[in-house]
Write a protein that binds this ligand. Structure first.
Ligand code: ADP
Ligand code: ASP
Ligand code: MG
Length: 402
């Protein structure tokens, strides 16, 4: 029996008209597939609105309460979509993450999927219904609500597709595929027909919002057929595949930008064994993901350690770093929220020299200062001032792609 998972993001379900449009698409899908599972996000802007409401009441709302609040956004859309489908004569049922069997673990607001118990989904599919799962959520071993981190509905879709061995997982969004750069920043960016899991993983984790990084990781692990398409237009979209089929890959296949970065520096840290271990140990205990790390050359037994983290966790990271160094190992902790990370990504750079020098020269021509640099086998990333990030994307796209 053929099985498809379709996920519709926030802009695709932003209002009732769009929900009806999505219902129309699902009705058509049902003609071609035996079993259809749909995953939905909250209506565009709702998750941000809830977070802001909570922060108006408290500077540090409890994670548990935030999760109950945030999970409700996707539930609203899932039930509205089920109502819309039923009114067209398409039998459908909405399920919360917990009802859909999604079991989670880890920290509130950024939990991981531990396992999926698909019994209920199977029952509903056997009964001929379209199953609409609320994205971005699950329940932990104590039946507490947990959400999966921003953009987590992509992960719900891929996790369900993997667990139920779907033949295809389609991610419907407001662009018609994965582009060589965010088309909202670089209008001449072009859609990629295919992109390898590795490059997509790198682009996503370096800020290309179009897919949540953990969803790409999971899709790669299960060799899932994953497609990104527009919910507003027809078209092939972009296929994420094990390899792109090209004989010689270009050095750079995409440019990404992450504006939600913060830079923290422990200034005047004692330069002796164990200091970095204690600093990063406490950040890890709080599940704060550290991205770039730069340690300066020691001067008079003191050094500076700079890190970057996602801006959502910057306040917590600052607090943890201040607490760790309360014993006097660091002069002070400084925090800069006006930074962004811009990256070039391409499998081809593994075998081509000069990509770093071209990257830095292209930025220098635009008088863009580089604050930090990091590299992987298939990417080069720089931290720049947030105000210059879009110019940096355009400069690098011009240099390597356009
Ligand atoms: P959804 O709400 O459907 O999950 P998102 O806003 O999370 O959608 O992701 C889609 C957005 O990702 C697009 O509107 C686009 O601005 C952005 N984006 C960033 N980089 C890329 C890229 N390389 N290709 C396509 N879209 C990108
Ligand atoms: N609604 C959540 C968010 O805005 C999850 C998602 O859309 O994927 O992050
Ligand atoms: Mg998204």
């Amino acid at each position: 029996m053929s099985l498809i998972v379709q996920k519709f993001g926030g802009t695709s379900v932003a209002d009732l008209e769009r929900i009806q449009n999505v219902a129309g698409r699902i009705a058509a899908t049902r003609g071609n597939w035996d079993r259809v599972i749909v995953v939905v996000s909250a209506m565009a802007g709702e998750t941000d609105r809830y977070i802001n409401l909570a922060h108006e009441l408290s500077p540090d709302p409890a994670g548990r309460e935030l999760d109950i609040l945030l999970a409700s956004g996707e539930r609203i859309t899932s039930s509205l979509l089920a109502i819309s489908l039923s009114s067209r004569g398409v039998p459908a049922i909405s399920l919360t993450g917990g009802q859909a069997g999604i079991r989670t673990e880890g920290t509130h607001t950024r939990a991981r999927v531990r396992t999926i118990q698909p019994k209920r989904i199977h029952q509903e599919l056997d009964g001929g219904k379209v199953v609409i799962a609320a994205g971005f959520q699950g329940v932990d071993q104590f039946n507490e609500e947990q959400t999966l981190g921003r953009g987590g509905s992509d992960l719900t879709a891929v996790a369900l597709a993997a667990a139920l061995e779907a033949d295809l997982c389609e991610i419907y969004t407001d662009v018609d595929g994965v582009y060589t750069a965010d088309p909202r920043i670089e209008p001449s960016a072009r859609r990629l027909e295919r992109i390898s899991y590795d490059e997509m993983m790198e682009l996503a984790s370096l800020g290309a919002k179009v897919l949540q990084p953990r969803s790409v990781d999971l899709a790669a692990k299960y060799r899932l057929q994953l497609v990104v398409r527009s919910s507003f237009t027809e078209g092939e979209g972009t296929l994420i595949t094990p390899d792109t089929g090209g004989i010689e890959a270009p050095a750079v296949n995409g440019v990404s930008c992450d504006k939600k970065q913060s830079k923290l520096t422990a200034v005047g840290v004692a330069d002796r064994p164990g200091i970095a271990a204690s600093l990063f140990g406490t950040l890890a205990e709080k599940s704060i993901i550290v991205d770039m790390i730069v340690q300066n050359v020691s001067d008079h037994g003191l050094t500076d350690i700079s890190i970057t983290v996602n801006r959502d966790t910057a306040e917590e990271a600052e607090r943890v770093m201040c607490e760790t160094h309360a014993g006097g190992d660091a002069g002070k902790i400084t925090r800069d929220d006006a930074v962004a990370k811009v990256s070039v990504v391409g499998i081809g750079m593994k075998s081509q020299a000069g990509v770093a020098s071209r990257t830095f020269a292209a930025l220098a021509r635009e008088r863009i200062n580089i604050m930090m640099i990091s590299t992987s086998e298939i990417s080069i990333s720089v931290i720049v001032q947030e105000a210059q990030a879009e110019d940096a994307v355009r400069a690098l796209h011009r240099e390597f792609i356009a």
